[in-house]
Write a protein that binds this ligand. Structure first.
Ligand SMILES: NC(=O)c1ccc[n+]([C@@H]2O[C@H](COP(=O)([O-])OP(=O)(O)OC[C@H]3O[C@@H](n4cnc5c(N)ncnc54)[C@H](OP(=O)(O)O)[C@@H]3O)[C@@H](O)[C@H]2O)c1
Length: 255
């Protein structure tokens, strides 16, 4: 990464959907960027576009973050190689939904490696680097599905519960070190991951919600009023068994 006076943001999952919109927003806000995902060509054309439009440096880091060795390489970049690290957005994620009995074993393993292991190790690396400079922001993308157990998407929803709980704990652990750690939970959002893109919220809205939340003090934010009401309802009002039955009915066709 070429040294400049601009802050640096690293965005994982930047080749598509919500992560791509984070990349666009950071470039607009005048950050230099490191874009991470597997699709190198897609990242490179986004990097060229953002560098030309906003006059920022944009580096492409192609990596399969379900691979332990590739995570170590990125950890080293965050802790040692970048001239500075101001923001990390852990947005890369996959959602192999359906009943656990029908799920592909290696897809499940990759999901856990990406959604949980890579996110944890990259957060750790960023926090080590940011504590040393006394400032920095980590945004971890969880999900509204992480707020309660979800039949027919059990492992994915549980991986996002992990992201939520882990990130909220990181928020408190790092507050006195001057760091801002935030969990962002989108509901259904119009990306290739969505089953109902025409009814879903837009990825740009998730990014706007993140931007507003970064300047406030809450450890977590849910994107969209309806999603926010729903997550409050399931965590504070609905009896657990009723919540499970409603969710099972809602997602039965994914079985
Ligand atoms: N869309 C929704 O309705 C929704 C709702 C709640 C939460 N979320 C969360 O939002 C985040 C972004 O999802 P999205 O909706 O924007 O989906 P998306 O458009 O499918 O984007 C997923 C991103 O993750 C990257 N990725 C996938 N596997 C990877 C791997 N092994 N290594 C590195 N990068 C990998 C993909 O890039 P490559 O394929 O190029 O590697 C892509 O950039 C995810 O964490 C997801 O769980 C989404």
């Amino acid at each position: 990464m070429t040294v400049s006076s601009r802050p640096i943001a690293v965005v994982t999952g930047a080749s598509s959907g919500i992560g791509e919109q984070y990349a666009r927003r950071y470039a607009r806000e005048g950050f230099d960027l490191v874009l991470v995902a597997r699709s190198e060509n897609v990242l490179q054309s986004l990097a060229n576009e953002l560098a030309a439009a906003h006059g920022v440096h944009v580096e492409v880091h192609a990596a399969d973050l379900a691979d332990a060795g590739a995570v170590t390489v990125l950890v080293d970049k965050l802790t040692k190689e970048l001239p500075r690290l101001d923001h990390l957005v852990n947005c890369a994620g996959v959602a192999p939904n359906g009943d656990l009995a029908n799920a592909n074993e290696s897809a499940l393993r990759q999901m856990i490696d990406l959604n949980i292991t890579a996110l944890t190790l990259l957060t750790r690396a960023a926090i080590i680097r940011m504590r040393a400079s006394g400032t920095g922001t980590v945004v971890n993308v969880a999900s509204a599905a992480g707020y309660q157990p979800m039949p027919h998407m059990a492992a994915y929803a549980a991986s996002k519960s992990y992201v939520l709980m882990f990130t909220e704990a990181m928020y408190e652990e790092n507050r006195r070190h001057g760091l801002r750690i935030l969990a962002v939970s989108p509901g259904d959002t119009a990306t290739p991951m969505s089953a109902n893109p025409e009814k879903a919220r837009k990825p740009e809205q998730v990014v706007d919600t993140t931007w507003r939340a970064m300047s406030k003090s809450a450890p977590a934010v849910v994107d969209g009023a309806a999603n926010s009401i729903l997550t409050t309802l399931v965590t504070r009002a609905l009896p657990k068994r009723l919540g499970l039955r409603i969710a099972e009915r809602m997602f039965r066709d994914m079985a």
